[in-house]
Design a protein around this ligand. Structure first.
Ligand SMILES: [Zn+2]
Length: 296
């Protein structure tokens, strides 16, 4: 049976890919990437993951087999005692060491990408400059350390990362239906970061995914997904980098009235002159003239 490795956050998109995979005759190895910082949402994400895993195992359409979820990363591979449950497997010291070493070199590489002005601005709401966040560095480091293809479930709607890949590289479809970067047509630094990453749902919009969850009979699982990066009182905040697009893409029903009020305030702030000026200033500082040309 074919084994598929997948980065799983417990969020709406990567969980959708888990649903797709669960209907196939494969063995699934989910990987959860921990943060350096004590990310507030980690507990919620792991709880969502455990609950979803339980549901997927008993779903009538399930054909796949499920391997324990592997935890990767974190500050010096700090492992808390209260998070793991029976689904989660700790990496062996050897695995942890290899990934950590690879991650350190990727962080250096990422800094050089930023220094050289290879910075792309994302398109959530207002355009913002971005370099690769910890998440992508960690994902890349893990996949390269293991020299294995690992799936990353982001969609056509995730403009920031998709456009970064398209701007500095070429995305192609492989025979197995997954997408990847074409070496000869991609910036070497970018290729090095993503050479082992496969993008299985990059051709789907978030709205299509939303419909498919329902059509296939997985609405209960969609409702268990977690998407807030900075929860407040254990609930989605409504104003963070992941809540804002979720609300804008039709998931307002998952938020409390208080969270939606925060979102309204965020929208107000975003329109203010001070905010626009601040963003413009950031561009001026961060974007090299060469890169700027591509967007003017
Ligand atoms: Zn949030």
């Amino acid at each position: 049976m074919k084994q598929v490795e997948i980065f799983w956050t417990g969020g709406f998109d990567s969980t959708f890919r888990m649903v797709q995979l669960s209907q196939m005759d494969v063995s699934i190895r989910p990987i959860y990437l921990r943060d350096f910082t004590n990310r507030k949402s980690e507990k919620n994400e792991l709880e969502a993951i455990a609950a979803i895993y339980d549901c997927l195992r008993v779903h009538p359409k399930t054909k796949a087999t499920f391997l324990p979820i592997q935890l990767v990363g974190g500050e010096e591979f700090r492992f808390s005692n209260n998070v793991p449950n029976e689904h989660i497997e700790m990496p062996s010291n050897e695995t942890a060491k290899k990934t950590w070493e690879s991650m350190r070199s990727k962080i250096d590489k990422n800094l050089s990408i930023v220094r050289e002005g290879k910075i792309f601005r994302g398109t959530y709401g207002l355009n913002r400059p971005m370099s690769f966040s910890y998440q992508y560095i960690g994902i890349s480091a893990y996949a390269n350390a293991h020299n294995a293809n690992v799936e990353l479930g982001f969609t056509k709607s995730d403009a920031a990362i998709r456009k970064t890949l398209e701007c500095f590289g070429k995305i192609i479809k492989e025979d197995d239906g997954r997408y990847c970067l074409l070496k000869d047509a991609t910036d070497p630094d970018l290729y090095e970061m993503f050479k082992n990453i496969r993008f299985p749902i990059i051709d789907l919009e978030k709205t299509e995914i939303k419909e498919l969850y329902e059509k296939w009979g997985y609405q209960d699982i969609a409702d268990l997904t977690w998407f807030c990066f900075k929860p407040i009182d254990g609930e989605p905040c409504g104003q963070c980098v992941t809540c804002v697009p979720a609300i804008r893409e039709g998931m307002a029903h998952r938020f409390s009235a208080t969270a939606l009020q925060r979102y309204a305030k965020f929208e107000e702030r975003e329109k203010s002159v001070e905010y626009l000026e601040k963003v413009e200033k950031m561009y001026d500082t961060l974007l090299s003239s060469e890169i700027r040309k591509q967007f003017l």
